[in-house]
Design a protein around this ligand. Structure first.
Ligand SMILES: Cc1cc2nc3c(=O)[nH]c(=O)nc-3n(C[C@H](O)[C@H](O)[C@H](O)COP(=O)(O)O)c2cc1C
Length: 246
């Protein structure tokens, strides 16, 4: 198999890192890979904020609810949905930007940031680094906004930890492929059986890696999705100038 495909099929998040800096040239090459990502209407409504300072990484680890790998690894990159940059362009063209006042705006920004996040992770792993994406920063988005000095019309949507791996992790199985790849139309009939099969697959996986606290997919997903687990996202996004009524 082609080495890029192999690398991507072997994705696994890493939560144990060496105290070893990433050479500047290597980090720049990884960041450049994300910089070249496609964006909707070529709006380029994504910015990266790269944090390497140890004290600031410690602060981000706390903001994200106590995630030690953020403090441990040498680099934390925040993906920022950035309609501030575009607002300067729209003003320069003599118009007023309103896209941030819509669900479409937030959707576009989140998709584009997700593409950049994916490219960052693939590039970092191709460069021999480990990664783990971090949504935990949305637990307290205002603290991230203050720490990174983010202007209006921006939002810290996710982050990614990168560094040299200390203890590697294993590849986590996914829901059966047919529940992911649907042919011609959405195939809902097979889903309950796929889900039940996956609970069993995950139970064996947790046992195999010695994780007695591992939950079935159904219970883990319920734990999160029975409430809005990051309730600060909407009010803080509104404070940043985003709107969701249009
Ligand atoms: C957008 C996003 C946010 C995530 N946030 C966190 C996080 O805050 N902390 C963490 O340890 N893992 C986080 N993860 C990693 C997921 O838990 C992980 O991808 C999932 O369990 C599958 O495991 P794998 O990445 O090892 O295949 C996040 C993943 C994504 C895609």
């Amino acid at each position: 198999m082609n080495s890029t495909l192999e690398l991507m099929q072997q994705h696994h998040s890493v939560r144990s890192y060496q105290d070893k800096p990433i050479p500047a040239e290597l980090l720049d090459a990884v960041l450049d890979a994300a910089w070249k990502s496609p964006t909707s209407i070529n709006g380029q409504q994504v910015s990266l904020v790269v944090v390497q300072d140890a004290a600031r990484r410690q602060q981000i680890a706390a903001i994200a609810g106590g995630q030690p790998w953020i403090a441990q690894a040498p680099v934390f990159v925040t993906l920022v949905v950035d309609f501030y940059k575009t607002s300067l362009g729209v003003s320069a063209a003599g118009a007023e930007q309103v896209i941030q006042d819509s669900v479409e705006g937030f959707a576009v920004g989140a998709v584009d940031a997700g593409i950049a996040l994916g490219n960052l992770m693939t590039a970092a792993r191709a460069a021999g680094l480990g990664v783990v994406p971090i949504g935990g920063i949305r637990r307290n988005p205002q603290a991230m906004i203050d720490l990174l000095q983010l202007p209006e019309y921006t939002f810290p949507i996710a982050g990614v930890v990168m560094g040299y791996i200390d203890q590697d992790s294993s590849i986590k199985p996914r829901l059966p492929r047919e529940s992911f790849v649907h042919h011609e139309h959405y195939q809902r009939a097979a889903l309950p059986a796929s889900i039940s099969r996956y609970d069993q697959t995950l139970a064996s996986y947790w046992q195999q890696i010695g994780r007695s606290d591992g939950l079935p997919w159904t219970a883990n997903t319920a734990q999160y999705y029975q409430h809005v687990y990051f309730p600060e996202v909407a009010p803080v996004a509104r404070k940043q100038g985003f709107g969701f009524e249009r």
